[in-house]
Design a protein around this ligand. Structure first.
Ligand code: CP
Ligand code: NVA
Length: 339
């Protein structure tokens, strides 16, 4: 008999609406258990004796800390291995690395350059592989974004400060459908991942990127199959104000992703007019209760301090939610072995 093939987490493209919602609901439950009920560790310690290899070829603050602390909560051990330390596609093929590491560990969390690298790790791994960011997709980030939007809508509906106690009891179907998110920035892994998930949970997305940086047609096509199926909408424009018009949430990210450092000067020129400011948001005519999100790390060129540190900014809540959502993903692929 052949061993059951491991459950990977590569992009939300591969998950349906119910699976995405369940991961976020699990994350909300973990947050409630830790923050309201004061649990320091998971009562069942479901990953006791298990190890997660954390293979990162790029820098990380949030994803790494979220992953290592989640492993501790679940009773397991995270093993951080940077590209400086191990033979990650440098002296050894990814295929061989994957086969060796998966023979000793219960899971692999990998941050890679090209997306085909994560696919290659998954293909040859005997244990679950989680994408901790590739140049194409960043699925754990977008789960945290969904969780954050759910939380502030719950808070708004109850005119209360955000509370995990409240938020974990409300279904996502009651909060996310009908929201409009405006993306103002680069065509990159963050917005691509949003396109793979938002349409399925009822969120409409308006994507503004400079005309020199369009979203590739094949990604638009993939996203369109989801918008059709779920009666949602994604629009593309090069006008930030057009995208912002009527939006509940404004999101941006760095204009220079990891690996694009050589293009920095050119990009700073090409993104003129895309800095998110109070003035841009007013001119665009966002919803009166607009919120601002950013996956971080943040540079002032894409969003000024007045927006980034404003009361409407939920960026630090969003960053914290990386922990609860990554915990939910690890729990799904390593403990439940289903979404
Ligand atoms: N948002 C995010 O992935 O942050 P890190 O690069 O710090 O992990
Ligand atoms: N687009 C950014 C996201 C960092 C979390 C990058 O890929 O560098």
């Amino acid at each position: 008999t052949t061993a059951q093939s491991p459950l990977h987490f590569i992009t939300l493209r591969d998950l349906d609406a119910g699976e995405i919602r369940r991961l976020v609901q699990t994350a909300l439950k973990f947050k409630h258990q830790c923050k309201d009920q004061g649990k320091k560790f998971h009562p069942q310690q479901p990953l006791l004796g298990q190890t997660l290899a954390i293979l990162f070829s790029k820098r990380s603050t949030r994803t790494r800390v979220a992953t290592e602390t989640s492993m501790t909560y679940l009773g397991g051990q995270g093993l951080f291995l940077s590209g400086q330390d191990i033979q990650l596609g440098v002296n050894e093929s990814l295929r061989d690395t994957s086969q060796v590491v998966s023979s000793m560990c219960s899971g692999i969390m990998a941050r890679v350059g090209e997306h085909r690298e994560i696919e290659e790790l998954a293909r040859y791994s005997s244990v679950p592989v989680v994408n901790a960011l590739s140049d194409l997709f960043h699925p754990t980030q977008i789960l945290a974004d969904l969780m954050t939007m759910h939380e502030f809508i719950v808070a708004e509906q109850n005119s209360a400060a955000t509370s995990a106690r409240l938020a974990h009891q409300v279904p996502l179907e009651d909060t996310l459908p009908g929201l409009k998110v405006a993306w103002v920035g680069d065509a990159n892994n963050i917005v691509y991942e949003m396109m793979m998930a938002f349409p399925k949970v009822g969120i409409n997305l308006a994507v503004a990127t400079p005309s020199k940086y369009p979203v590739p047609a094949w990604l638009q096509d993939t996203a369109q199959s989801f918008t059709k199926q779920h009666q949602t909408e994604i629009t593309y424009t090069s006008s930030p104000t057009e995208a912002i018009s009527g939006s509940n949430v404004i999101v941006t990210d760095t204009w220079v992703s990891m690996g694009q450092e050589a293009e920095k000067q050119q990009r700073l020129q090409d993104f003129a007019g895309f800095q998110v400011t109070q003035d841009l948001i007013q001119r665009g005519g966002a919803h009166p209760n607009w919120k601002f999100m950013h996956c971080l790390p943040r540079k002032p060129e894409e969003v000024d301090d007045a927006v980034f540190y404003s009361p409407q900014s939920v960026v630090f809540q969003e960053a914290e939610n990386r922990k609860w959502t990554i915990m939910a993903v690890l729990n799904a692929v390593m403990v439940d072995k289903k979404y």
